[in-house]
Design a protein around this ligand. Structure first.
Ligand SMILES: [Zn+2]
Length: 131
């Protein structure tokens, strides 16, 4: 599988580590959006689109973030099952992600390469056909 297109939208947000959103196209046939480029302690990295883990309230069915102790809608106590100790990565679930390390690196390199180009102003935020 190859990335045939990469789009970058820069994000200018003070006090945020989010630098840009990216979308990538595989084989001119499949697009993944909402990939985030984040400034980490050890440099930029690419985060795949993810979703906050939720669980429904047993009483009213309201979907609460997994860290809530009480239902945000009706206030009933939610089963305390060590949920509060979950790390941020356990509180989110990737919606799509590469399985192999090499492919993760391939995606990351492609996205960061394009990000640097856009950031440097060498080209506009338009799509790029590779090759
Ligand atoms: Zn409830």
């Amino acid at each position: 599988m190859e990335i045939t297109e990469t789009r970058i939208s820069l994000v200018e947000r003070p006090n945020s580590r989010l630098r840009a959103y990216a979308s990538i196209t595989f084989d001119n046939a499949f697009v993944i959006r909402d990939i985030r480029i984040i400034e980490g302690k050890r440099g930029l990295f690419v985060a795949m689109p993810s979703k906050k883990m939720q669980r429904p309230c047993p009483r009213c069915g309201f979907k609460n973030p997994i860290t809530y102790k009480f239902c945000g809608s009706c206030g009933v106590s939610l089963n305390p099952t060590n949920q509060q100790r979950l790390s941020p990565s356990q509180q989110h679930r990737d919606l799509a992600h590469p399985i192999k390390t090499e492919f993760r690196e391939y995606i990351q390199n492609k996205v960061l390469e394009e990000y640097e180009k856009v950031k440097a102003g060498k080209k506009k935020n338009f799509s790029q056909e590779s090759n």
